[in-house]
Design a protein around this ligand. Structure first.
Ligand SMILES: Cc1cc2nc3c(=O)[nH]c(=O)nc-3n(C[C@H](O)[C@H](O)[C@H](O)COP(=O)(O)OP(=O)(O)OC[C@H]3O[C@@H](n4cnc5c(N)ncnc54)[C@H](O)[C@@H]3O)c2cc1C
Ligand SMILES: NC(=O)c1ccc[n+]([C@@H]2O[C@H](COP(=O)([O-])OP(=O)(O)OC[C@H]3O[C@@H](n4cnc5c(N)ncnc54)[C@H](O)[C@@H]3O)[C@@H](O)[C@H]2O)c1
Length: 494
């Protein structure tokens, strides 16, 4: 049971050094580590607060996965007339009530965040919440901004990542936003410039364009989602260009505020041929990547090893590494150490770390195979495993077999009159081992799961296709047909 002061102010005022059994930095995925195992032990959770309102609970809940998808869904519904027209139904989206949508979304999100903070801060006797930025003074110790000291027996660093801003003039203007702030705008912007071509940019381009804003998306390169398989990246770039304006191979040079107007700006763009365009917009959303918060916690100064991109080095058990050696009892998880900035990866790592904290003599490893991801853009994208070029490098082109199945050539695809959906699978032709899948189209994030499951369970392509029933004529038949189209050994049938 904690006898320690219960708030940052009290802690600082008495200059007490807290000596908990466990200290955690970061209340996102780190928050889930306070399991019943710790009920009779002292835990300190440090959380500086995220974004302008210093909210509790981390990125996914407050400014990431959850609120973005709560905007994605109405944006998809607002797009309804486009599909309806293909199916001989005349439908119209009358209007979008952005303030109501925003308030509905954040009344839910903010309540969960506030409830989480209250629970940790007020209701759990054994947990001390330190609501301030902290910096490491060693692998197991840190100091808060107000001087509070913590020396823990065991430590977990789950301090996440934050958006990067490019070094161009105007990034400090109120018209310039990141994903941390853009969802809280008072009004729906009429004209949005989105800078970037990855996950965040492509999701927000779909959100704002679906809701009716005029969107221009700026990509430095020729294609969007360049980390996807080439075939998907090319097809998606072409499809995105049908729904919103794209400026590829173009860079942002500056953003200048409109004269005396906080709600408008002019962005200066330069394409690869040197041609300059000045674009008047209401909002600029910058989405050019996220950097791990190792600098904020002083990880290098505390002697912890870092990758070139600033992530903490961890071993297979999620132990942090210092001087090339894992540090016993000190773990990291999530965006601060992972090469997949994904919530399901952070959650998995948190489960591994929770086990390892409780069972230091029986350490588990985190799973690194078959990690899927989805981009909730329009059309939706999903991927798992290797891209085709990666598969060629891994096993040689002669051993790689691929199949691209169009949604439109399946029964439910006919019902949808689908013209864009693609389901690509990649396997080793020698034994049918599945190497990857890449999907673009309606519900891609759902349709990819059978391949994730087969890859995770070590099931070969033909067994995955023929070892079970597939409901006819569900859209999932696109996955079955893709698997059946691979040139792989044929085993037993159901
Ligand atoms: C717009 C957006 C949409 C996303 N959508 C998805 C999605 O659909 N699916 C998906 O899988 N992933 C998605 N992600 C990624 C996902 O949100 C992250 O991978 C995940 O939330 C990372 O969790 P974490 O616990 O590592 O970090 P976080 O949740 O960011 O937690 C870290 C916490 O540490 C705190 N902290 C940092 N430094 C300090 C310090 N010095 N002192 C005290 N506290 C500190 C921070 O304030 C923060 O609250 C999205 C991300 C964004 C930005
Ligand atoms: N649905 C999801 O799972 C989801 C959604 C959003 C974010 N995320 C996670 O968050 C991470 C960060 O997202 P993100 O979109 O910020 O990063 P990202 O790495 O996905 O994409 C950043 C893009 O910006 C480009 N870029 C870099 N500097 C630039 C510049 N100066 N000008 C123009 N473009 C530039 C890069 O080439 C890259 O394409 C993602 O990698 C993903 O792991 C996941």
């Amino acid at each position: 049971m904690s006898t320690a002061p219960r708030s940052s102010e009290e802690t600082a005022a008495t200059s007490t050094t807290l000596t908990p059994e466990l200290a955690i930095i970061g209340s996102g995925s780190g928050n889930s580590l306070i399991t019943p195992f710790w009920d009779d032990k002292h835990v300190v959770l440090a959380e500086k607060g995220l974004g302008p309102d210093a909210v509790f609970g981390g990125t996914c809940l407050n400014v990431g996965c959850i609120p973005t998808k709560m905007f994605v869904r109405p944006a998809e519904i607002a797009r309804g007339p486009e599909e309806a027209a293909r199916l001989d139904v005349v439908q119209r989206t009358e209007s979008v009530d952005w303030p109501a949508m925003r308030d509905r979304i954040f009344s839910r999100v903010d309540a969960i965040s506030a409830g989480g903070r209250r629970y940790r801060d007020e209701e759990l006797e054994h947990v001390d919440l330190l609501s301030e930025p902290v910096r490491l003074t060693g692998p197991r110790s840190f100091v808060g901004e107000t001087g509070a000291q913590v020396e823990a027996e065991r430590m977990v660093i789950a301090a996440g990542s934050r958006p990067v801003l490019p070094e161009v003039p105007g990034m400090d203007l109120p018209q310039v936003h990141t994903s941390d702030t853009v969802m809280r705008l008072d009004e729906q912007p009429r004209r949005v410039l989105i800078v970037g071509s990855g996950f965040v940019a492509c999701e927000f381009a779909a959100i704002f364009s679906g809701l009716g804003s005029e969107v221009v998306q700026l990509a430095r390169t020729e294609r969007l989602m360049r980390t996807a398989d080439d075939e998907i990246s090319v097809a998606y770039t072409a499809e995105a260009a049908r729904h919103w304006r794209l400026r590829t191979s173009t860079a942002l040079e500056s953003v200048v505020a409109a004269d005396g107007d906080d709600s408008a700006a002019t962005a200066r763009l330069r394409d690869a041929d040197g041609a300059v365009e000045e674009l008047d917009v209401d909002v600029v959303l910058v989405a050019v990547g996220r950097r791990p918060n190792t600098d904020l916690i002083g990880a290098a100064e505390a002697g912890l090893d870092l990758h070139d991109d600033g992530r903490l080095v961890v071993d297979a058990h999620q132990r942090v590494v210092a001087g090339g050696e894992p540090v016993e009892g000190v773990y990291a998880l999530g965006d601060i150490s992972s090469d997949h900035q994904l919530k399901h990866v952070a959650n998995h790592q948190a489960r591994v770390v929770a086990h390892n904290l409780e069972h230091p003599g029986d350490l588990r490893r985190s799973r690194t195979e078959a990690i899927p991801s989805a981009v909730f853009t329009h059309p939706e994208l999903a991927q798992v495993g290797l891209t085709e070029p990666e598969a060629v490098v891994a096993i040689g082109s002669e051993h790689v077999t691929t199949k691209v199945q169009d949604y439109g050539d399946t029964a439910y695809g006919w019902a949808m009159e689908d013209q864009v959906g693609l389901y690509k699978v990649i396997a080793d032709r020698r034994d049918g081992r599945l190497l990857g899948a890449h999907v673009m189209g309606h519900q891609a994030s759902l349709l990819i799961q059978p391949v994730v499951q087969a890859m995770s369970g070590g099931q070969d392509a033909h067994t995955a296709a023929r070892g079970q029933y597939w409901i006819h004529p569900a859209l999932m038949e696109v996955a079955e047909n893709a698997l059946l189209g691979l040139d792989v050994p044929v085993g037993e049938e159901l």
